[in-house]
Design a protein around this ligand. Sequence first.
Ligand code: GDP
Ligand code: ZN
Length: 458
Amino acid sequence: MTTETIAAIASGLTHAGIGIIRISGPDALQVGDRVVTLKTGKAIAAVPTHTVHYGLAHEGEEVLDEILAVVMRAPHSFTGEDVVELQCHGGPLIMRRLLDAVLHQGARLAEPGEFTRRAFLNGRMDLSQAEAVMDLIHSQNEFARKASIEQLQGQVSEKVKKLREKILYQLAFIEAALDDPEHISTEGYQEKLNGLLDPLIRELDVLLKDAGSSRILADGVRTVILGRPNAGKSSLLNLLVGEERAIVTDIAGTTRDTLEENIPLGGISLRLVDTAGIRETEDQIEQMGVERAKAQAEKADLLIHMVDASRPLAQEEDEIFRILQGKRAVILMNKSDLTAAVDAETVREKAPGVPVLTFSAREGIGKDALEKTILDMFDAGEIGKRSSVTITNLRHKDALEHARDSLCMVKQSIADGMPEDFYSIDLMEAYRQLGLIIGESVEDDLVNEIFAKFCMGK
Ligand code: GDP
Ligand code: ZN
């Protein structure tokens, strides 16, 4: 198998102090030498690994930029291959010209995620760590960043490997016992295995339980604002988005639909859904229709119901109170700066169990209480502090669920008095499912699919 040398712009394509072109593969050093002349006159292929060199990058006779060449030889690089990173001035045009020069001199343009894919294939990291690279880059809040860096540092992998080891030991024992029944007795083994399975299943349960709330914390709390026309929904949106606007704009290249707005909130973030609807119409609940509001609410993690407390409750408001039932929701008694026409007690009776807060979107009254209520609801502090491994990746969660199901099947087989070879089928399946998380026993097409989700240059 011949490995091609690949290259891409590894930094953002915006105006910045520094831009980075990354070259990786067997010819990386030679390609570097064809594009760069070092000030010292030495060849990049001749300098020691992990050193930095000043030089000029050129395309033919033309000088493109002054650069720093960072040289990292295999296997001690991100990809495990020879790598040259050219640090140039960070203008889009400079980076494009420099990349072109590199591509003309024998490298091919890297596919999205190809550097990380090579890191995985060369054993520099396992699959869950490779996925963490992408998650880390795209983290939208502190919680997501922490979970990703932990995953990158191997905490998920370690946990999974330990679970697999325990299962493998049992598989090996059953195998051996079946092979050599004279010397290895399975007397009493069923009870022993049964006892071993319980803590394993419990561990998976804990991981899975956290995974649900972790997803919410990493991706943001899907939030829908409901309320009658003129209740103050747009005003609330503006208040929440406020000065944070610059930070909340979505990272280019992600496929979030543009109707969403991300608002950082005490280490987590709110993902406000269908904000365009709120902005463009003064009549949201009627405009989107009760059915659509219900559908939206169904998919939401959190509902915020704006009540205009300066006006008496109207009939239509009951529709909204009904939507709130059984959901995580907050009711805001908005316009508290005006004379009240409805009191909190009346509203509480209409929506039992839902917190009701005094609010004024205009004056900013109740904003802190709203944030605290939401954070309490999602237990963010508690989950953030938890020392155990955090699963945020849906693919991992799926594999954990399958592994858990398989272990439960083993217990079932034991209860049904099935013979040992029945257990090993399900134990094997649990072992395989856990392996999917770290990329062992992973089919090639799954690997390709995962790395295709990466951005250019990573
Ligand atoms: P929406 O139709 O639910 O989006 O409501 P808007 O946010 O567009 O607000 C409707 C009207 O109520 C606007 O004139 C706002 O300025 C006003 N408004 C919103 N919140 C408050 C508030 O807390 N106090 C007062 N006095 N007026 C408010
Ligand atoms: Zn509005």
